[in-house]
Design a protein. Structure first.
Length: 415
């Protein structure tokens, strides 16, 4: 009965998305990307004879989390093809040409017939679900075919439905996994409390990914010249709610400070509005080449996508956006470059943020006044917070190898 209700809710979601596709680009991409999926997969897999490892990520953040495992799996199991699926357009549209996977698709909606057809066509030898992905019909189908299924970088909280008295149906999802590798001890304890014992405390593979990114960082001459040897605050993934706080703060701050601003989304009208409100002179990255010197500018606004992780190398301080809204963006990319971190108040669901706040390397703020107070203090001597920030990343790398230890213990061929 509950399985039928679940499937009905999936069908209703699909129908709602099709209606929304008339008005919203993201919904339209999600619908169009799944149209004719059987034909797409048949065409791409027609000549494949190699075993397939299937990785599923909800979106771009989960993809980045899973990337170290995908790349390590390919190195250790070179005879396999990697098939990558996404639920959201924000993952698929950005990474649909990712060279580390052989096949990349949208995940068809989780109905019994879709799950049956998809798993039958792909015929995975092993399946990986990254962090939060729990799809009943797919998991049941994989279990019925005795395909090993792993979840990694998972994190659980007491308020999730799995741990509620009425959450029995959703608890059944977790029994479909052969192994769940989690980020923290609380998750281990919660799972064992409901009878899930195939659990390993492995940590978060994002630490391995940000180390990869830091090691492969690119030199950005515009940012280097703009910094001009002065203290630099890098503002990453900024939303309007973040800028409301930051603009007021920057207009009051009276010490030498260069600022690089990377918006979460590029909207020209928004950038120009910020530009008009910021103190001193502001230049866009796309305009930088038109100036013989960037020294006179106070702020540099990045009006492109893809360089934020390399920009952090130039900073002494980092503010990460999103936590005045629904969710904090990636703070580890900044932490690996050994900086004090600042962000809004809604960070409690992000273990790394909780850890760094507790350790004294990250500082949640509620308004421009609270930001100014803590920033002025750290401006004088950021060394202690900087060291804690960088050491935290270093000490938490290694989750990928723990995932691979579990994989290597399964009965799958390396050929």
């Amino acid at each position: 009965m509950l399985a039928a209700l679940y499937t009905t809710s999936i069908r209703l979601y699909q129908a709602t998305l099709q209606i929304a596709a008339r008005f919203h680009l993201k919904a339209r991409l999600a619908v169009q990307g799944r149209t004719g999926w059987i034909k797409q997969i048949n065409a791409k897999l027609a000549d494949n004879t190699a075993p397939i490892a299937w990785f599923h990520a909800a979106s771009l953040g989960e993809f980045e989390q899973g990337r170290p495992v995908m790349e390590t799996f390919r190195q250790q199991y070179p005879g396999y093809k990697i098939l990558l699926t996404f639920f959201s357009p924000s993952g698929y549209e950005v990474r649909k040409n990712y060279a580390g996977a052989d096949f990349i698709f949208y995940l068809p909606f989780d109905t019994p017939e879709n799950a049956r057809r998809f798993v039958e066509m792909v015929n995975p030898a092993i399946a990986f679900f990254i962090k939060y992905e729990f799809w009943y019909n797919y998991l049941r189908e994989l279990k019925s075919r005795q395909v090993p299924v792993l979840s990694f970088s998972a994190i659980f909280r007491p308020d999730q439905i799995f741990f509620k008295p009425y959450g029995g149906f959703y608890r059944s999802f977790l029994h479909f996994f052969d192994h769940i590798l989690v980020q923290n001890q609380e998750s281990v304890d919660l799972l064992k409390g409901i009878g899930i014992t195939q659990v390993t405390l492995a940590g978060d593979t994002r630490f391995d990914r940000v180390k990869q990114v830091a090691d492969a960082r690119k030199e950005i001459p515009v940012a280097r010249d703009f910094k001009d040897g002065k203290p630099l605050l890098v503002i990453g993934s900024a939303w309007q709610a973040d800028m409301d706080v930051l603009i007021t703060f920057l207009n009051r701050f009276d010490r030498p400070l260069k600022v690089i601003i990377a918006p979460h989304e590029i909207h020209n009208d928004e950038i120009e509005r910020w530009r008009s409100q910021l103190p001193g002179q502001t230049v866009r990255f796309s305009e930088a080449a038109n100036h013989s010197s960037l020294q006179p500018f106070n702020q540099l606004i990045i009006d492109n996508i893809g360089m934020l992780s390399s920009l952090y190398q130039y900073g002494e301080f980092a503010y990460i956006g999103g936590a005045f809204g629904k969710g904090l963006h990636n703070i580890l990319e900044a932490a690996t470059f050994r900086m004090p971190l600042f962000f809004g108040p809604n960070y409690g669901k992000f273990q790394e943020a909780v850890d760094l706040v507790k350790a004294g390397a990250a500082f949640p703020v509620t308004d421009s006044a609270s930001l100014e107070t803590v920033f002025r203090r750290l401006y004088e001597d950021p060394s202690k917070a900087s060291a804690i920030s960088g050491d935290y990343v270093t000490q938490n790398t290694g989750a990928t190898s723990k995932v691979m230890d579990v994989v290597n213990g399964l009965a799958i061929s390396r050929s």
